[in-house]
Write a protein that binds this ligand. Structure first.
Ligand SMILES: [Zn+2]
Length: 268
């Protein structure tokens, strides 16, 4: 899993002194994945396992406290306004962070940094600028562009992808693979054309489609299919790519590739 490795890399950087950042923007859509990442990060910082590369271990007393939400070292900024944080919230947060840690770190969490007004962000600058040695701030944000550049410049950034985005990506990849199989042959032109219209939206998609068709050729060559024919098919793919690079409309280039691949099959 991507997130466990990322968490551990950050923990190792902080613990080993490789990163001097005291604040991290955890960028990702609001929801379970971002929350879990922030929790894992807090757990990893507090974790008592002597092996840094194993943090968070999830088993030690510190990890269990963070997991249970009972750690005294996790300070969440409270939102007292209906739609956002108030300056009093920032003041109380900063004051609480002055009190020092019980465990390894004192971790200040701002769950939804997107709802910080400019005034509140300015109020937080001092805390971001002069944190005490073992204070780490974690800011969850769906779009860091909404944060002041003065805030962003004081933070490191880490991107979290949620399950939905991961699923969307793999579903999209599967549709492209299916379209590539149609491009490669055996299906009626109108079926390929419909799939093309539905699944290939960008130049990057088109290039991926050509690459997938090349992969099919290479796989078949490895599996023992007529190497001369496979070489011709690879050349046709390369030609379609060159056509696109020279400005040919991508839909036209791909439809032509379909026809040429079909032709190469019947001509053997
Ligand atoms: Zn632990």
């Amino acid at each position: 899993m991507q997130s466990k490795r990322t968490v551990n890399a950050i923990i190792e950087n902080i613990t080993g002194g490789a990163s001097s950042a005291h604040a991290y923007i955890v960028e990702g859509r609001a929801g379970a994945a971002r929350d879990a990442f922030i929790k894992d990060l807090a757990m990893g910082l507090e974790c008592l396992d002597p092996d840094v590369s194993a943090r968070p271990c999830g088993r030690c007393a510190a990890c269990r406290q963070v997991a249970a939400g009972s750690s005294m070292d996790i300070v969440r900024m409270q939102m007292s306004g209906k739609t956002g944080y108030k300056t009093e919230d920032a003041a109380a947060f900063a004051e609480r962070l002055d009190m020092g840690a019980y465990g390894r770190f004192l971790i200040g969490v701002i769950d939804d940094a997107d709802s910080l007004s400019e005034t509140v962000q300015n109020k937080l600058l001092k805390t971001l600028e002069e944190p005490r040695g073992n204070v780490i701030l974690l800011l969850g944000s769906s779009n860091p562009d909404h944060l002041l550049s003065t805030v962003r410049s004081r933070c490191s950034s880490v991107r979290v992808q949620d399950d939905f985005e991961e699923e969307e990506e793999s579903a999209k990849a599967e549709v492209l693979r299916e379209t590539a199989r149609m491009l490669y042959g055996g299906r009626a032109f109108h079926e390929f054309r419909d799939a093309l219209e539905k699944s290939v939206k960008t130049r990057a998609d088109s290039l991926m489609l050509i690459q997938l068709a090349e992969d099919i050729s290479r796989d078949r060559m490895t599996a023992g299919e007529d190497p001369a024919l496979m070489a011709v098919r690879l050349e046709l793919c390369e030609k379609a790519r060159a056509d696109m690079e020279q400005g040919m409309d991508r839909s036209r280039a791909l439809k032509r590739l379909y026809l040429e691949l079909k032709d190469s099959n019947t001509r053997r």
